[in-house]
Design a binder for this molecule. Structure first.
Ligand code: SF4
Ligand code: SF4
Length: 273
């Protein structure tokens, strides 16, 4: 009796082993077939380009992160130097992967065109709204400072900077050139269009964005451009002009001689070291 039971269970184990083995074999064959059928071709160049990108995922290139840009470069949809954060060595290496040559690009950094610190301009009312420049710009008068062109200092630009390169100092946004990667994300964020990308080698910068006439500028801020054109007359290189009551520097002509800054009566031309 016991021997019959033992034989039956041995038979059961044998059947179970065959079933499990067959099922495993079937699943293995199916997975192998599926893997072959749905195999995604990996472009080796895309992998190499991705490795050369900085991984900042800042979106400054206009693509959703470094993966997106690597894919676009590999497919020839984006230039090899499209990443504003990568340096020229990285651009050259990416160009090599793509079998081309990278065009030289001039490194630019963000610059906030405003000198309206708390001691230079005053607030015209207390603002109790959301601490965001875009929201504050919707309030009549564009923010609470006397100058409606100037930096409101609520830091919309600060919030989008992935590199901790912009801070609010004494009521206005200030860029740390060392930390700025040149991604330019902050430029789109400022409702007053106060942030320009300027060549990193630019040493003279007009720290004002007001298009008001001189008299109104003076009434709002002691450090605003009054459009007097003394800088224009002092420049021997035709590098500075006044347009819409505001001095603008052409960096392709500027030699950093400093004559404009020396004559500016309101000292609105900042001299970078
Ligand atoms: S620069 Fe523009 S976005 Fe930045 S704090 Fe000033 S107003 Fe706001
Ligand atoms: S000298 Fe100064 S205040 Fe006069 S236009 Fe030039 S930057 Fe503006």
């Amino acid at each position: 009796m016991i021997g019959a039971v033992g034989a039956v269970s041995l038979q059961g184990v044998g059947i179970a082993t065959v079933v499990v083995g067959a099922t495993g074999l079937f699943i293995g064959l199916f997975l192998g077939f599926a893997a072959k059928k749905f195999e995604v071709e990996i472009d080796e160049r895309e992998v190499k380009v991705r490795e050369l990108l900085p991984g900042a995922n800042c979106g400054g290139c206009g693509y959703p992160g470094c993966d997106g840009l690597a894919n676009a470069i590999a497919e020839g949809k984006a230039p090899v130097n499209a990443c504003p954060v990568a340096n020229s060595d990285a651009h050259k290496a990416i160009a090599e992967v793509m079998g081309t040559v990278a065009e030289e690009t001039e490194k630019t950094v963000a610059y906030v065109k405003c000198s309206g610190t708390c001691d230079k301009t005053e607030v015209k009312y207390e603002y109790y709204g959301v601490m965001d420049c875009k929201k504050a710009a919707l309030v009549p008068g564009k923010g609470n400072k006397k100058c409606s062109y100037g930096c409101m200092g609520f830091g919309s630009c600060v919030k989008v900077c992935a590199f901790d390169a912009i801070h609010i100092v004494n009521g206005i946004a200030v860029v740390d050139k060392e930390k700025c990667s040149g991604c330019s994300k902050c430029t789109a964020e400022c409702p007053n269009k106060l942030i320009d990308m300027v060549p990193v080698k630019a040493k003279h910068l007009v720290a004002c964005g007001s298009n008001d006439k001189g008299k109104d500028v003076k009434a709002a801020c002691s450090a605003g451009c009054i459009g007097c054109k003394l800088c224009v007359k002092a420049c021997e290189f035709d590098a500075i002009h006044v347009e819409n009551n505001l001095a603008l520097i052409d960096y392709s002509k500027c030699t950093n001689c400093g004559k404009c800054a020396a004559v500016c009566p309101v000292k609105v031309i900042q001299v970078e070291k």
